[in-house]
Write a protein that binds this ligand. Structure first.
Ligand SMILES: NC(=O)c1ccc[n+]([C@@H]2O[C@H](COP(=O)([O-])OP(=O)(O)OC[C@H]3O[C@@H](n4cnc5c(N)ncnc54)[C@H](OP(=O)(O)O)[C@@H]3O)[C@@H](O)[C@H]2O)c1
Length: 334
C-alpha cells in the first residue's frame, strides 16, 4: 500500500514521526514529507536518516496555506503533530486548541482540497471521557476526523479519514519509564503519583504495526483501537529495580487533570464497537458505510464487541514484571 506513495507526516520529527518514517522507508515509500516547526530537529533528523527520499517542510499546522502547498500530490497523510504534555496544556489551554483542534481541521480541509487518498490521525485514551484539556482537544480532533467523511460526495472525492486511539507508547518523549530510568541512574528517589495507578501500554513497534494495518483496513470514519494489556505503576518500579538497582521512592499524589486509570472505550461507545482481528473498531452512526449489511461486506471477520463495561486499564490483563522487563530491554531504553 505504501510502495511508490508520496506520504506526508505532520509532526514527522517527533517520537512517532521518526519511527513511522523509518518503517515507511522500508515499506518502499517514494517520498516522505516531514512537516513540523522546529528546523533544528529537522536538520538532526535529516543527518540521522541521510535518505534522499525525505523532504523537510518547515511549517505549522495552524497555517492553512502552508499545509495546502505541502500537501500537493500527496497520497497518504499521517497526522501525528500535537501538543501533548498534560501539565503544559492545562496551563496554556488555548494553545492546544489552536494546534490540536484548529490545526487538525486545517489538515482535513487541505487534504480534501488536494485530493489526498487517506488521512489518519493519532488519538489517545486520554480523549475518552476526558478529564484534562489535552484529552478534550484530542476528542475534538477524533470527532473532526470521523465526521469529515459525512459530507463527502464519495464519487467526487477519494479522500478517506479515520482515527486510531491507543495508550502510552513505551519510552516516547516525556513518558514515565525514561523518567524513572533517569532518576534511578542518578540515584534519586523515583516519584510515583499513586500506587494504584494503571495505564494501557503499547510498544512503538506494535503501534506502527497497528497504524499501518488500519491504513490498509480503513474505509473512512472509523476509530480503531488495539487490544492492549495494561501495567501497574508499582510493577514498572519493580521491573526497573530488577534491571538497574533499587532507590527510594516517594508518592507525590495524582496531578491535576490526571486519572487513576485510563479508558480506551467507554460504556456508551460499546454500542458502536466491533471486533476485527486483534483490534476494535468504533463506527460512526451517521455514516451509511456502517449499516449492518455494509459492515459485513466491508470488513472481513467482523463481530460485535459485547462488553458490558468500559474497556479500562484497571479491568484488562496486566503485563507481569517479567513481561515489563522484556519490553523495557527490547525497547533499548536502558
Ligand atoms: N506518546 C504517547 O504515548 C502517545 C500515546 C497516544 C497518542 N499519542 C499521539 O501521538 C502523536 C505523536 O506523539 P509523539 O509522542 O510522537 O509526540 P512528540 O514526540 O511530542 O512529537 C510531536 C511532533 O509534532 C510537531 N508539532 C507540534 N506542534 C506542531 C504544529 N503546530 N505544527 C506542526 N508540527 C507540530 C513537533 O515538532 P515541532 O515542535 O518542531 O513542530 C513534533 O514533531 C500525538 O498526536 C499524540 O497525541 C501519543
Amino acid at each position: 500500500m505504501f510502495e511508490e506513495k508520496t506520504i506526508l507526516i505532520t509532526g514527522g520529527t517527533g517520537s512517532l514521526g521518526n519511527a513511522l518514517t523509518r518503517r515507511l522507508l522500508k515499506e518502499g515509500a517514494k517520498t516522505i514529507r516531514i512537516f513540523s516547526r522546529n528546523e533544528s530537529k529537522q536538520i538532526e533528523m535529516e543527518s540521522t536518516f541521510n535518505d534522499d527520499r525525505l523532504r523537510f517542510f518547515v511549517g505549522d499546522i495552524r497555517d492553512s496555506e502552508r499545509l495546502f502547498s505541502a500537501l500537493e500530490d500527496v497520497d497518504i497523510v499521517f497526522h501525528t503533530a500535537a501538543l501533548k504534555h498534560v501539565p503544559k496544556i492545562e496551563y496554556n489551554p488555548f494553545e492546544s486548541i489552536k494546534t490540536n483542534v484548529i490545526g487538525s481541521q486545517n489538515v482535513i480541509d487541505n487534504s480534501l482540497r488536494q485530493n489526498v487518498e487517506k488521512v489518519i490521525c493519532i488519538g489517545t485514551d486520554k480523549a475518552v471521557s476526558p478529564l484534562n484539556t489535552y484529552g478534550a482537544t484530542k476528542l475534538l480532533m477524533e470527532k473532526l476526523f470521523v465526521s469529515a467523511n459525512n459530507y463527502l460526495n464519495r464519487e467526487k472525492y477519494r479522500t478517506r479519514f479515520h482515527a486510531v486511539r491507543y495508550g502510552n507508547v513505551l519510552g516516547s518523549s516525556g513518558s514515565v519509564i525514561p523518567k524513572f530510568i533517569q532518576q534511578i541512574k542518578a540515584n534519586q528517589k523515583i516519584s510515583i503519583t499513586d500506587q494504584n495507578m494503571t495505564r494501557f501500554s503499547i510498544t512503538m513497534n506494535d503501534a506502527l504495526d497497528f497504524i499501518l494495518n488500519t491504513a490498509k483496513l480503513g474505509k473512512g470514519s472509523e476509530i480503531f483501537i488495539p487490544k492492549l494489556k495494561a501495567y501497574n505503576i508499582l510493577d514498572v518500579k519493580s521491573a526497573l529495580f530488577d534491571l538497574l538497582h533499587e532507590v527510594e521512592h516517594e508518592i507525590i499524589g495524582i496531578r491535576p487533570g490526571e486519572k487513576l486509570h485510563e479508558v480506551l472505550i467507554n460504556e456508551d461507545e460499546m454500542k458502536y464497537t466491533w471486533k476485527i482481528e486483534n483490534m476494535y473498531m468504533i463506527t460512526n452512526p451517521h455514516y451509511d458505510l456502517f449499516n449492518d449489511k455494509n459492515l459485513e461486506t466491508n470488513y472481513p471477520n467482523i463481530s460485535k464487541f459485547d462488553n458490558q463495561t468500559a474497556y479500562s486499564s484497571d479491568n484488562v490483563e496486566k503485563l507481569s514484571i517479567e513481561e515489563l522487563k522484556k519490553v523495557i530491554n527490547d525497547s533499548n531504553l536502558l
